[in-house]
Write a protein that binds this ligand. Structure first.
Ligand code: CTP
Length: 421
């Protein structure tokens, strides 16, 4: 994601999508202008686009490998990573077919998956014949995209590829580049200057060299907090316990120099890592699922099933309650956010359990969400209530984990503003 460079402005991660139209040749200039302005550009070309301009041109101009297929570089989950890392996505030219796919959310190629995996602003520069541009299907699709907040640049009226003249000509590269930069300026850097410490994922408590006690946390919500806070200009440290492959790749692949990643495994390691850094943090977000109990003894060698008399008893001891310790030793100006994952029957029980938790561990905010029965862990969305330290429900947040993260970060800013006000 972006970094501030004194004197040269903001360096952006731009994904440029190229679809199959003769106007693809103009996108070469768009890529060139973005690169010369110091931005990092990754081009995704559809198969049809490559019939107009070939891979060597895109790679030479963008100074990065070309991306064409969902099946390239699968280990880094590229179809998700490109979108998650982007500060902005621009599709130029955008054909009528691509516009229809975007409106419907179709993800049958790398460009489609990248757009769906991204929450960055999207800019499109349509190019097509006038009849196609004016067709009711295209008109409706453009309306849908506009309503979703997509920036539509052009098309211009003028000479088209054939002898015909009318609206449908792709905008000039300068206008497209200007729209790209303007779209990113709308993203607020409202967390600039804040040091945000985030714990993410689930801890693993070793029983012997091959076994451990763990939980279902995927780390998606914690990683969403890290990416959201970084996008909003915060200095971010992630204390990462075990993360599933997707969130791990999203975090590593983000290549953010404003994000420090500290890897831990056990609850004790997580507690030590937080303790070391919490003093100087402006915000601590305890999204990790920290084990409440750990084996009293970790066997040096694998425990064999023979010789156990048909049963194995493990003695588990309480771990340090990291959130409890943080709120017991408040630091002036620091905001602490706790989480409560509860197997509640309904909303009323969820709120009751969350109230009980925040009265015991008085965090500034407590994000409570139902888990179990397929809810919560590992899912892409979240649906939570947020309580203030008084126990009052101050917000209901739902949507993608990124949207939930952004909504909770807005509430953190409210807490900071209330203290100052
Ligand atoms: N947490 C923590 N240290 C632990 C356990 C949990 O810091 N050893 C944090 C979690 O990161 C989360 C919050 O505490 O932000 C709630 O965790 P949870 O285990 O649900 O709460 P408990 O207080 O342990 O209560 P209970 O087991 O009764 O649900």
């Amino acid at each position: 994601m972006s970094t501030e460079q004194p004197g040269t402005g903001r360096t952006l991660n731009v994904v440029v999508g190229v679809t199959g139209g003769i106007a693809a040749y103009k996108t070469i200039q768009v890529v060139r202008d973005l690169v010369l302005a110091g931005h990092s550009v990754h081009v995704i070309a559809t198969d049809a686009a490559l019939r107009f301009v070939g891979a060597p041109t895109w790679e030479a101009i963008s100074r990065n490998p070309l991306n064409t297929s969902i099946f390239d570089d699968v280990s880094s989950v590229r179809h998700v990573a490109l979108g998650q890392q982007a500060d902005v996505i621009v599709i130029a030219p955008a054909t009528a077919n691509t516009i229809a796919k975007l409106a419907a959310g179709i993800a049958d190629d790398l460009l489609g998956t990248t757009v769906l995996a991204s929450r960055a602003p999207l800019v499109i520069a349509p190019a097509m014949h006038t009849e196609m541009w004016q067709h009711p299907a295209t008109v409706a699709n453009i309306q849908t995209l506009r309503a979703r907040g997509v920036t539509i640049v052009g098309p211009e009226t003028g000479r088209l590829t054939g002898p015909d003249v009318g609206p449908g000509r792709v905008s000039e590269p300068g206008a497209i580049v200007a729209a790209v930069v303007a779209a990113t300026e709308a993203t607020a850097h409202d967390l600039a200057g804040l040091r945000v410490l985030i714990t993410a994922g689930g801890t693993r408590e070793p029983i012997d060299p091959v076994r451990y006690v763990a939980n279902h946390s995927s780390g998606k919500q914690g990683v969403a907090f890290a990416l959201a806070a970084a996008a909003r200009g915060a200095d971010v440290t992630v204390i990462a316990a075990h993360l599933d492959e997707g969130p791990a790749a999203a975090l590593a692949g983000a290549g953010l120099d404003t994000v420090e990643i500290v890897r831990v495994s056990t609850a004790a390691e997580l507690a030590a890592a937080v303790e070391e850094r919490a003093e100087t943090a402006s915000v601590v977000i305890m999204a990790a699922a920290v084990a409440d109990f750990t084996p009293e003894v970790t066997a040096d060698r694998k425990i064999k099933k023979t010789g156990q008399g048909g049963r194995l008893e493990l003695v588990l001891l309480r771990t340090r309650d990291v959130l409890g310790e943080l709120v017991a030793h408040p630091v002036a100006g620091r905001v602490v956010v706790g989480f409560a994952a509860e197997t509640a029957e309904d909303r009323a029980e969820l709120i009751a359990l969350a109230r009980e938790k925040i009265s015991r561990k008085p965090a500034d905010l407590l994000v409570a969400n139902p888990v179990g029965g397929g809810r919560g862990f590992g899912t892409d969305g979240n649906d939570a209530v947020v309580l203030a330290s008084s126990g009052e429900v101050i917000a209901e947040v739902s949507g993608s984990k990124r949207e939930v993260a952004d909504a909770v970060l807005d509430l953190v800013l409210d807490v900071i503003a209330d203290r100052q006000g």
